[in-house]
Design a protein around this ligand. Structure first.
Ligand SMILES: [Zn+2]
Ligand SMILES: [Zn+2]
Length: 389
């Protein structure tokens, strides 16, 4: 019998509006879109932000076409959660089938999401209208408190605290449970309880971390979002195993998100900052939750040979120091072969010997672990780092 594994891919992690600022490149600028492939092959998409376009351009028929259709859960109708819909190419392919789930908005009434589709594509906002979308689309209304199944997976919806309403979703698969709670402000007793119910014992809690705890108490109070600290509290309270900080502010640079992640890791054992391209597997042998960054952004690499000393933190949380040779380097980063397994999204201090005008000079760089692959040599891992200064 094979072990059931669920795979969660992050296609968009930014809140409010997309950003293409180079200072936000590492975590990514597309707005919310996640894809969960459950162990039974069911494909579930969470939100339709601009990340949905990227998912569409790399479209693969789930489960070899055996699972009937794709299920799309939309948390609410703010731009950052629907903007990818007109740009999702699989919607323009005749034999595709999509099942959309969202709530009845009091501002729109019946068929709210269908109306959102039509309004988004109405003239003069978009060059073609809805009739160009030839895929089959089915719309289902869900309310806070509802539970339903898709394939063999149980989905529960709960209201969260956000202007004009927002649903959080709990997805229970054979491999483990994912709670998706974006766009939520803590402080409303009833909705705080909803969050705890969604996240109870979850393997993964994806939580809104748009603002800093200071902003949340002052200038951003009432804006409908949360912080890393509230995420940590919720994860602890609900006994969730891993916390993913999500819905990064468009004004948060990569360095600011690094610092948010660092603070959260001081308070909670297993935390990641959602990053575009990140894939988390649940249920695989070994660690129950594993994060990877597939090598999609490694252009501009050059072969080289620099002797280097690398200091960092291992997956198990221990400091290490190791001598190695850096063979693959660009101005942005390097691929470093290490015997130690550093923690994904941790910092490495890389001291390299670089031949200069007056013999050998040493270069001190701060690297940030963005991916870990099996190394070319036995007993080594290939660690992709991005230099942050
Ligand atoms: Zn949002
Ligand atoms: Zn929102």
């Amino acid at each position: 019998m094979t072990v059931p594994i669920a795979k969660l891919s992050f296609w968009g992690v930014r809140g409010s509006t997309p950003t293409v600022d180079p200072a936000t490149w590492r975590y990514g600028g597309n707005t919310p879109c996640l894809e969960l492939i459950a162990p039974d092959g069911t494909q579930i998409i969470l939100d339709c932000g601009t990340g949905l376009r990227m998912l569409g351009s790399r479209w693969a028929v789930p489960n070899g076409g055996k699972a009937p259709g794709t299920h799309i859960l939309v948390t609410h109708y703010h731009w950052d959660h629907i903007q990818g819909i007109p740009f999702f190419s699989p919607l323009y392919v005749e034999n595709n089938e999509f099942h959309f789930y969202s709530f009845r908005s009091k501002f729109l009434g019946r068929d709210s999401l269908k109306q959102v589709f039509e309004a988004q594509m109405a003239l003069p906002y978009f060059p073609v209208d809805m009739s160009a979308m030839s895929a089959r689309r089915k719309f289902k209304e869900v309310d806070g408190g509802d539970s339903f199944t898709v394939g063999e997976n149980k989905i529960t919806a709960r209201w969260l605290n956000h202007p004009q309403g927002c649903l959080g979703f709990r997805i229970e698969t054979r491999a483990g449970t994912v709670a998706y709670a974006t766009d939520n402000e803590p402080g409303d007793a009833k909705m705080d309880e909803s969050l705890r119910e969604l996240a109870a014992g979850a393997d993964l809690l994806i939580n809104d971390a748009q603002f800093t705890p200071e902003q949340l108490e002052t200038t951003r109070k009432g804006w409908g979002h949360s912080s890393w600290l509230e995420g940590v509290k919720a994860a602890r309270h609900a006994a969730a195993k891993t916390l993913v900080l999500f819905h990064h502010d468009p004004d948060s640079t990569d360095r600011m998100v690094d610092s948010i992640l660092r603070q959260a890791r001081e308070e909670f054992d297993s935390v990641f900052a959602a990053s575009e391209g990140m894939v988390i597997t649940i249920g695989a042998p070994g660690d129950p939750v594993q994060a990877h960054m597939p090598g999609t952004r490694t252009a501009l690499r050059r072969e080289a040979q620099f002797h280097a000393k690398v200091c960092g933190v291992t997956e198990g949380g221990k400091d290490f120091e190791e001598e190695t040779v850096v063979r693959d380097i660009s101005l942005q980063g390097a691929l470093i072969s290490l015997k130690h397994l550093p923690r994904l999204q941790s910092e490495l201090q890389v001291t390299m010997e670089a031949p200069g005008g007056d013999g050998v000079q040493s270069m001190n760089l701060r690297g940030y672990v963005v991916r870990i692959d099996e190394g070319p040599e036995k007993g080594h891992v290939a660690v992709g780092v991005v230099f942050t200064d």
